[in-house]
Write a protein that binds this ligand. Sequence first.
Ligand SMILES: Cc1cc2nc3c(=O)[nH]c(=O)nc-3n(C[C@H](O)[C@H](O)[C@H](O)COP(=O)(O)OP(=O)(O)OC[C@H]3O[C@@H](n4cnc5c(N)ncnc54)[C@H](O)[C@@H]3O)c2cc1C
Ligand code: FES
Ligand code: FES
Length: 488
Amino acid sequence: MRDTIRFLFGETERAIRNPGPTQTVLEWLRTEARACGTKEGCAEGDCGACTVVLGEAAGEGMRYRAVNACILFLPALDGKQLLTVEHLRAADGTLHPVQAAMVAHHGAQCGFCTPGFVMSLFALYHTGTGGARAAATEALAGNLCRCTGYRPILDAARAACDGPPADRFAEQAAVTAARLRALVSTDMLSSACDGQRFLAPRTAQTLAEALAAHPAATLLAGGTDVGLWVTKQHRNLETVIAVEQVAELSELAERDGVVSIGAGVTYEDAFAALSLHWPSFAPLLRRLGSRQIRNRGTIGGNVANASPIGDMPPALIVLDAVLVLRSRDGERRMAAADFFRGYRQTALAPGEFLARIEIPLPQPGEVFATYKVSKRIDQDISAVCGAYRLRLAYGRVEDIRIAYGGMAATPKRAVATEQTLGGRHWNRASVEAAMTALDAELSPITDMRASAAYRRLVARNLLLRFLLETAPEDDAPVRLAELEEMPA
Ligand SMILES: Cc1cc2nc3c(=O)[nH]c(=O)nc-3n(C[C@H](O)[C@H](O)[C@H](O)COP(=O)(O)OP(=O)(O)OC[C@H]3O[C@@H](n4cnc5c(N)ncnc54)[C@H](O)[C@@H]3O)c2cc1C
Ligand code: FES
Ligand code: FES
């Protein structure tokens, strides 16, 4: 056991004994490290003013990722490199290429958002994917600017991020990675501060034991939900058990006909595997939060949080995903559809945690789609999220799964609607009948995101969209007319 975290702050090694379990990195930066370039705008992961970069050893080199310091708890720095806007300029005063490009392209006015943009650009620069508009827009979707406007910033991205990274961080990557490896300890972090306790087990078994010893503890993965409990709801989390360092929960593998995603795998890390087998995940994931959120947020956290408007559960339900739950007594398996028991209630028993999610690989001829509808394209929570999986035999529905988020108190499979489609021709008449069934089966509420009537309309239209994207061409001529006729 150890009670101290070690990390690189820029180039300097830092050690913090008994770090505050829920003290944010942003607060530490501004009040203790006195590095005030990083700003607080919203304190909930939305505006990007607090964006910093975390560096991790990856192979022989480094991987740099933008994250929101306002919802990142201090112990998460353990074994990593923290870079803020103060670290980019060289010792002789030369600006980093992304800073120079922001100056050259007039990317700042009041400057409040600028350090956050610069750090997101720094992370983009280090991906080596280039600064073309699509890549830059995606990398910057989690950064808001109230006065400059985005065109000059996108120009800066294009100018600075073209080509492979060639700054001093890239030159020193192997050395930095070696320094980080030397910092990592195989001992479990167990610290306490101001009546709060923090545990970071390194194996699934020690996690199970820690949870058995502290059944009321809060499990922490990326903290993109839990962080807001602290910064917005001011909740005092007495015991926090982090899953980030649990080796088994970071595993992402394809074996025995399933894609197995450890509960601690982030969206960014799961992106390639998910969108390879189910291309419809790509547009969904690009719109899930922002790059900063996806760099920290996990699919496991999305499932365990059990929000009725989480984006992953409808897809996992229709894909017949299996959730593997683990405790000190062993593992049990459960269909994703059975996991959600009530508003934000799950089937997890005390002392139990989500270990991994297993998604069966698609069968030949199977079609899957998931669609998210929200008020904004980027960085917005769904009003309705629909997911569909279909297998046809000779034009008839052999098997169909339909599930929605935003249509009930839990993510919900629409079983009665599925039954109306079973064995029928996959055409407009069948789907119209199913749309009526859907209205009877699901009763959404009105809230700040959408009215119940709007949600019903969207849910019906998403099913129609699925038909239109999968049905034979002769359905095509009626598409637009039909959409316009939908009741308001
Ligand atoms: C700005 C912003 C934008 C967002 N946008 C979206 C969006 O577009 N779509 C969307 O669906 N969500 C969105 N979210 C919500 C959030 O990012 C996701 O729900 C994310 O997947 C949570 O994962 P996490 O790793 O951060 O979980 P955490 O915050 O660490 O944990 C979430 C919950 O899961 C529990 N938990 C974590 N790991 C385990 C485990 N292994 N076993 C049991 N319980 C566990 C925690 O105790 C907690 O109850 C957004 C959040 C923010 C702040
Ligand atoms: S302060 Fe707004 S995202 Fe962190
Ligand atoms: S420069 Fe003022 S908010 Fe962006």
